[in-house]
Every structure is written in C-alpha cells, then in structure tokens.
Write a protein that binds this ligand. Structure first.
Ligand code: FES
Length: 120
C-alpha cells in the first residue's frame, strides 16, 4: 500500500517530511534536488532518526606529513544525525560513514503527477 507524502514542489532542498504509514514512519528528504525515503528507525536502537538534525559531513584533512590540524565541513555530503545517541547516516546512501554495513532501510518512493508517495 502506498501513502501520500506531499506535492513535489512542497519539499525544498534540505527539507523533509515524516509521514505515518499505518504505524510505520517514513522520512522523505530532498538533497541536491533529489528525493530520498528512509524508514524512521535508527539501526542502533530504533530511534526516530528521520527527525534528527542535518549537518554537512565533518572531515579531517591529512597533510603531506601525516598530521591533521583542523576539521572542516564537506559541502557536498549531508548527514542525518539520530537524535537519541548520535549515529550518523549519509542522506543519499543511508550508510553510516564509519561502517558501510550499517545503513538505513530504504522505503519505496514514487512520484505521480507531481505528488510524492511512499510504500512502507
Ligand atoms: S537509536 Fe539512534 S543512535 Fe541510538
């Protein structure tokens, strides 16, 4: 069964909608113009990850001598941070940055006549 989320034009870049689908929740995000849908359950302890804050990925450049001196934000990669204990996930891939086997569960997303639908 599929569930209506919003009109495509109603979710701007960097915005989200979390919808209830008969007891399951799904978050729909727009990043760099594309839409992604994830189940609202963190891999760690099932926290409401889709309601977490969105940050740019933090990176620590390594100098030629092998040292690091600062951290900076990666302007192209956006992470969703679980509000319970801070697990992070790449919004585009659903993967945890430190362990690619840890990932969010994708939900099916469809767009029909400008309307967004998801399937739980
Ligand atoms: S439940 Fe998400 S980090 Fe623990």
């Amino acid at each position: 069964m599929r569930y209506y989320v919003a009109e495509e034009s109603e979710i701007g870049d960097g915005e989200r909608r979390v919808v209830s689908c008969d007891g399951k929740e799904i978050g729909v995000f727009r990043v760099k113009g594309r839409l992604f849908a994830w189940h609202n359950r963190c891999v760690h302890q099932n926290g409401p990850v889709c309601q977490g804050r969105i940050y740019n990925r933090v990176v620590e450049p390594v100098a030629e001598d092998g040292t690091t001196r600062f951290q900076e934000y990666d302007a192209e990669t956006f992470h969703l941070v679980c509000p319970w204990h801070g697990y992070e996930y790449d919004i585009e891939t659903g993967q945890h940055p430190g362990n690619p086997r840890v990932r969010l569960r994708a939900a099916k997303l469809e767009i029909e006549d400008g309307s967004i639908y998801v399937s739980a």
